[in-house]
Ligand binder design. Structure first.
Ligand code: SAM
Ligand code: SF4
Length: 323
């Protein structure tokens, strides 16, 4: 089992398969994707070896992310490959869902267990002003289809921003009354590129947490490969609410995840100074050296990120690593 110097165990791998994104979310890629590195993203054989290596070290869950992972034509093959890896119990994806109705059947065939879709506003005009795209109704249609299929767990990610949704979560609550999804409010994180935006828009999730508790929402129990959200349920609501509060005290103490970038670098934290290349060790089918290399690097994992000190490491935006 992969363990660090602080006794944390790592059951969960976030695997980025591309940096490219077709959206231009104001907090992430406000000027759209800029191609400033070769697009030598992980190949399917490399992905299979990474999945196998991590699974043999105790990883149970793989989340495929990006950039926008659904821009890769071989995404269904990537999902199947992760799913077929011995030891992997859950394969999930994080997507902007721009073609969710079209893509869903092939993801379901590939065996996807969970789909997280990013929706920062339920107002189509505001959605457009955040992402640069008019896709909200289409994405919502895809969510209905995913729910109707009865197969994957469906979650929605909503980044909290003062002027967009920070003070009005009622529309989201109304939606959750009858919609059996988990909606996770994510506190905006500062990255290398978004300092001014962050200073203007960051709001804390703790205020929402207090209001939820006052309104009768109850904390749900976490399992060992859960993401970082504190989840709440309410007897009058079909949906659940999650809060991801990276600036809260002790956020990092339950860290159970590692990240691999689409260029094959291991990131011990979302905000490390550098990724540690796995490339040399994923060129052949003998994965023992890869496993050894990963184990050796775990000693460098720090107890926390340094976001409170406004240190964002090498992470200029989250599209380069997948959030
Ligand atoms: N393109 C896909 C999507 O948007 O779902 C996957 C990649 S995106 C980087 C993963 C998640 O990170 C999304 O839910 C997005 O909203 C979130 N995210 C991006 N930048 C962020 C930031 N600065 N702070 C908090 N969350 C952020
Ligand atoms: Fe693209 Fe996702 Fe970043 Fe939006 S949050 S720009 S969809 S990578």
């Amino acid at each position: 089992m992969l363990t660090d110097n602080f006794g944390r165990k790592f059951y969960y791998l976030r695997l980025s398969i591309t940096d490219v994104c077709n959206f231009s979310c104001n907090y992430c890629l406000p000027d759209g994707y800029q191609c400033d590195q070769p697009r030598d993203f992980l190949s399917l054989p490399e992905i299979k070896r990474i999945a196998k290596g991590f699974a043999q070290l105790g990883t149970e869950k793989i989340r495929v992310t990006g950039g926008e992972p659904s821009l890769r034509k071989d995404l269904p093959d990537i999902i199947s490959a992760c799913k077929e890896t011995k030891g992997i119990k859950q394969v999930a994806i994080t997507t902007n869902g721009y073609k969710l109705p079209e893509h869903l059947p092939s993801w379901l065939d590939a065996g996807i267990d969970a789909i997280n879709i990013s929706i920062d506003s339920l107002d189509p005009r505001q959605f457009h002003s955040i992402t640069g795209h008019d896709k909200l109704p289409h994405i919502l249609k895809g969510i209905d289809m995913a729910l109707a299929s009865g197969q994957p767990t469906v979650k929605v990610n909503t980044v909290l921003m003062r002027e967009y949704n920070g003070y009005d979560i009622q529309t989201f609550l109304d939606w959750l009354k009858d919609t059996p999804i988990t909606l996770r409010f994510i506190e905006l994180m500062q990255t290398g590129d978004n300092k001014t935006f962050f200073d203007a828009q960051h709001v804390q999730g703790s205020r929402i947490r207090q209001n939820l508790i006052l309104d009768g929402w109850l904390p749900a129990i976490r399992d060992r490969s859960s993401g970082p959200a504190q989840e709440f349920y309410h007897p009058d609501y079909a949906g659940r609410i999650g809060l991801i509060m990276p600036y809260s005290k002790d956020f990092c103490s339950t860290c159970n995840r590692l990240r691999v970038s689409s260029h094959g670098k291991l990131h011990l934290c979302l905000f490390t100074e550098e990724g540690l290349s796995l490339k040399d060790h994923i060129q052949h089918d003998d994965i023992e050296p890869l496993k050894q290399h990963i184990i050796e690097m775990m000693g460098d994992k720090k107890a926390t990120h340094f976001l409170h000190e406004k240190l964002t490491g090498a992470t200029t935006n989250l599209a380069m690593l997948g959030g």
